[in-house]
Design a protein around this ligand. Structure first.
Ligand SMILES: [Zn+2]
Length: 298
């Protein structure tokens, strides 16, 4: 309400009071707006902090679930979990890791044997032991054949168990020296070269039957060719017994018929290799060969 002076004009004092009231009102409005904006800012900031915190928690949990593959587990989803699996990650190891460039017949890798997991040592044309390798050998079952001492005791247990079932697992060919392997392999290469194959082709073809030196399990002293008979070994009682029982003693048929594309070795029902009971049972159950089990199948 503006008061009028005696001249009928608005009173100056009244006008000033009105201006002052308007300023006060404006200040209050600005203060309210500032307060509201501040509250909103604080709320948003607090929400962001909570979101970040939650995110960190989720990431942390996911990382725990996605830890690098435990070295004690087999690579690949279909492979069995086996605590006797390889742990070494160095280039020259008993157990090559999948991340490595696999060894090949042209560029084989020279391995060293893991003292703890010696029974998982993988040799093939891509992974070889050095020519200096010299196992501790013993004769087995009164035969003229030798095996690595650590393997021999398991072979003898298996031999005795089979004998009780009326089956004789005659040791036919056990340890073979690097030099003998080299000689046999070179002879096979010459044979294929004589048939018209190139040297490189002959090397690959020879390796399917006689492994290159250092790449045979006979060079390790871990494998035995069992029985020498005229009939096809697959038809014998010995073979049937081994199929049923060998895994219980830690032995596997290393070169099955249906895995030749992976082992690169012909079907050898007579060749039995020691890998430890746990691994032998896992391989028997899964149908995997050692290359697949170790994650280096090509
Ligand atoms: Zn053999």
């Amino acid at each position: 309400m503006i008061e009028m002076n005696k001249n009928g004009l608005p009173d100056k004092k009244s006008l000033k009071a009105r201006e002052s009231n308007a300023r006060k009102f404006l200040c209050v409005v600005l203060a309210c707006i500032t307060l509201f904006v501040s509250v909103v800012c604080i709320a948003v900031h607090a929400k962001n902090i909570k979101l970040k915190k939650d995110l960190v928690t989720v990431e942390s949990e996911e990382n725990q679930g996605a830890k690098p593959v435990d070295a004690t587990q087999k690579p690949g989803s279909v492979k069995p979990v086996d605590t006797s699996a390889p742990v070494s990650t160095t280039e020259a190891t008993t157990a090559p890791q999948k991340a490595e460039t696999p060894g090949t017949i042209e560029n084989p890798k020279i391995i060293t044997i893991d003292e703890e997991k010696w029974y998982l040592t993988l040799v093939n044309s891509g992974y070889r032991i050095p020519d200096s390798y010299s196992p501790d050998l013993v004769y087995v079952c009164g035969s003229g054949e030798r095996l690595d001492r650590k393997v021999a005791e398991h072979y003898e247990k298996m031999y005795d168990a089979a004998l009780k079932d009326g089956v004789t697992l005659t040791p036919c060919s056990g340890y073979r020296s690097y030099e003998t392997q080299e000689r046999n392999y070179n002879r096979k290469i010459e044979f294929y070269e004589g048939q018209g194959y190139s040297h490189e082709e002959a090397k690959v073809k020879a390796a399917t039957i006689i492994m290159p030196p250092g790449s045979s399990e006979h060079n390790l002293g871990y494998a035995m060719d069992i029985v020498c008979v005229d009939e096809w070994f697959e038809d014998t009682a010995e073979f049937k017994w081994l199929q049923e029982n060998a895994a219980d003693y830690g032995f596997i048929m290393r070169y099955p018929e249906d895995k030749q594309d992976i082992t690169k070795v012909i079907y050898e029902p007579w060749h039995w290799r020691y890998v430890g009971v746990e691994t032998a049972k896992a391989l028997k159950e899964s149908g995997l060969v050692l290359e697949e089990y170790m994650g280096v199948a090509q």
